[in-house]
Design a protein around this ligand. Sequence first.
Ligand code: FE2
Length: 282
Amino acid sequence: MPDLLRKSRRVVGTVNGQATSDGAGVQLSRVIGQPALPDLDPFLLLDAFGSDDPGAYIAGFPSHPHRGFETVTYMLAGRVRHRDNAGNEGLLGPGSVQWMTAGRGIVHSEMPEQENGLLSGFQLWVNLPARDKMMAPRYQEFSASEIPRIVVAPGVKAGLIAGGIGDIQGPVRSGATDAFYADFALEAGSVAEIDLPVAHNAFVYVYRGTLLVGQEATPIAAGSLGVLSLGASLRLDATEDAHALVVAGAPLREPVVRYGPFVMNTEAEIHQAARDYQSGRL
Ligand code: FE2
């Protein structure tokens, strides 16, 4: 550990998003949760969606369940309405984030609230530790104006959703995974060096431009993710204007058994989740 405390992170693997569709036919790029990167403990899935063709998104995600993890939706453009079986409802607009802890279970829909124009954003799945998988569901929802925008270095801004940069904390509280989630915008020629919790697993997902990432300045282009080594800090170097998510979380190191929208620790718990859903107890 003493060594790690001084180490600047580097890219140990690069993954390209895989085109797929989910929900009722939403076209998206699956970055985590595909053969090249099945998971990155505690992260189970990362989808990027972005299209100005309504045919690619209009069918949305009609009613479906979740149990045992958290879904984090971060919108760049467009609007999505969510409704659940407990009567909760809300509209996610540009720059907003919804951190939903499904816990013991929720049945909800996530539907575009627009018939044309650009819809883009991300959904990340964060695992819950065994002791929290059956907790009561919880929402943390923040509009763009509630997410601090920090000048990290000349030409570098970050929207801070979870975790800390310097003395500033993002609004989301994430429990055992102690997540860091920030959206970086870098101007050409800018450089940032940020601190990350030293033993958290972490990745950089570039969604516009190309960035040189980590100690070895590994180029990561838009649509690709860099898996990072452990270490206390991360260097981002922009030779052109670029936008990227930087996400980190404490690994849970527990068995993961996943079946579609259920992520538990054992097969028996998955069967129980399916039975509970079928009998309307989610
Ligand atoms: Fe969902």
